[in-house]
Design a protein around this ligand. Structure first.
Ligand code: DX5
Ligand code: ZN
Length: 220
């Protein structure tokens, strides 16, 4: 199993974002997780396509854009143009989930669907085949630094079964409260891609945290 670590810039120093993404890239990150919040779908407000485009030249790593916005569709072309590789959205935030998935692909990006802790896996019933990524939230979206909700572990395991049954290369990402001491649990449940905001950007040595995470993943 290939494991990927995706530092979330939500916990980075926003006054020095370019430097921060270069630092995590150097520290061994596989993706840059870019959290977009609109003060409507979620209570917090972060950054948009302008900042995504400004960051793009700083790293070669894929930009993993997590849209916590409603509506979704209007922002898809803007983020594609801003250099997003993956664009994930919440089914509750789109009137026509299938249309949004197609729109993301038409714009040359990989579509991902995000399931909140209370969103049932049944929303993958008619969508999974069209996705490149399933993102299981292990906190309620809106803020960094929240506690990992362990009851999502069986949900990750069931999502893994569905992905394996689909026989397609669909990444299974987990987001929220991931630290070195619980990353192996999430991996054992079946996740292969791990978002970590405060655990990485809240530390002094980003490389040390990422190495610690990888060493725990190595024995899963
Ligand atoms: C939460 C965001 C997460 C957040 C994770 O709504 O989607 O990506 O940055 O932060 P930590 O790792 O601190 O829980
Ligand atoms: Zn996120």
């Amino acid at each position: 199993m290939t494991f990927r670590i995706a530092p979330s810039i939500l916990s980075a120093d926003f006054a020095r974002l370019g430097e921060e993404v270069r630092a995590v890239a150097k520290a061994g990150a596989d993706l840059i997780h870019f959290d977009v919040m609109d003060n409507h779908y979620v209570p917090n407000l972060t950054v948009g396509p302008l900042v995504c485009a400004a960051l793009r030249p700083h790293v070669e790593l894929p930009l993993d854009v997590h849209l916590m916005v409603k509506p979704v569709d209007g922002l898809v072309p803007a983020f594609a143009k801003a250099g997003a590789s993956i664009i994930s959205f919440h089914p509750e935030a789109s009137e026509h989930v299938d249309r949004t998935i197609a729109l993301i692909r038409e714009h040359g990006c990989k579509p991902g669907l995000v399931l909140n802790p209370a969103t049932p896996l049944s929303c993958l019933d008619h969508t999974l085949e069209g996705l490149d990524l399933v993102l299981i939230m292990s906190v309620n979206p809106g803020f960094g630094g929240q506690q990992f909700i362990a009851s999502v572990l069986p949900k990750i395991a069931e999502a893994r079964r569905r992905i394996d049954a689909a026989r397609k290369d669909i990444w299974l990402e987990v987001d929220g409260g991931i630290k070195a001491d619980n990353i192996a649990q999430a991996a054992r449940a079946g996740a292969d891609t791990f978002v970590a905001g405060s655990a990485i950007f809240g530390a002094r040595d980003y490389g040390a945290v990422i190495r610690d995470m990888r060493s725990r993943l190595a024995v899963v």
